[in-house]
Design a protein around this ligand. Sequence first.
Ligand code: FAD
Length: 327
Amino acid sequence: MNWEALLEPLSRLCIGVPRRAEPLRRHTTLRVGGPAALFYKTRDLEEFARISLWAHQNAVPVFVMGHGSNILVSDRGLPALVLYNACERMEIGEETYAETGVSFRELFLKTAQAGLSGLEFAVGIPGTLGGALVSNAGAYRSNIADLLIEIDLVSEGVRKRTPPRWMQFSYRDSLLRRPNAPPTSLLAVRLRLKPDRRRDILMRAREFQRQRILKQPPESSAGSFFKNVYNRALAEQLPNLPTPIREAGVVPAGYLIEACGLKGYAVGGACVSRKHANFLINRGWATASDFDRLARHIERVVYETYGVQLEREVLRVGDWEEEADLP
Ligand SMILES: Cc1cc2nc3c(=O)[nH]c(=O)nc-3n(C[C@H](O)[C@H](O)[C@H](O)COP(=O)(O)OP(=O)(O)OC[C@H]3O[C@@H](n4cnc5c(N)ncnc54)[C@H](O)[C@@H]3O)c2cc1C
């Protein structure tokens, strides 16, 4: 792809100025990642739609990025037009309209102030609404998918409004996380929320936030690196699992990693947090390759010990060369 040649037609669609070779480590919470071939921050929904349509119709690979809190971008970078989504308009009501670049936390605060319940679980989840949709973000047994009425999007060069089932949501998953997913920009959504007392909404959110602060490490991370495992037989065998978790047949990925003795294990600057084994943290000098090698080591040890293949929650994106396994 001749990225230099694309700058001129792209610039004609943009209100601002697109850039070449923007280092993505500046835009990810893991603080790693090489350059984007082209990078543009969009604040206007119609501009976002226009650029997405142009990219799809001209076979230009496009990567929509929120706050980079759920991606591991390779050190070699992303050979794509990276559209950084800063479209943040909201209309708050029992039927709330929100553009997908709004921060998930901000959306919770605005709806809570208006006495609307449903997004309490979002209070400590970093990132944008768009990123939350792609991974069906959730916590404390609630997910964003449960609140959706309709999605405005551009997919494969067509702009349309779709019902939520188009996204094929499941636990921390949607159509857009799958290999060969159709190129899609999620533009805006309508959500259904319930009226409640402001005080009660804020109390629930505060309790969620308190639990989070107790569990989460403060260093740079991408949150839980692996998905929890649904395996009733294994959950019943393991000692010391809290009863509600065992009864739900869930095995927390962090439990397995800790039980394998991997807390504190490091590859280069990437390390398994001592506070929460499912958080891989940047000690300040990590590369994307360090994180990937650490994750592969964890996957191998957990598989050899428990016969469980961990699935990553953090998406590996960009240009990865295959590397030899760790010795
Ligand atoms: C400390 C910490 C705690 C966390 N806790 C939780 C938690 O409790 N629960 C949870 O579910 N997650 C959690 N996460 C993970 C992360 O915050 C969520 O997945 C978040 O919703 C990602 O949003 P983002 O804007 O950062 O997405 P990004 O990381 O920027 O993108 C993620 C994916 O979504 C795609 N994408 C983003 N926006 C769009 C769009 N508009 N259209 C099309 N595709 C798009 C990207 O292309 C990429 O594939 C945590 C992360 C951190 C760092």
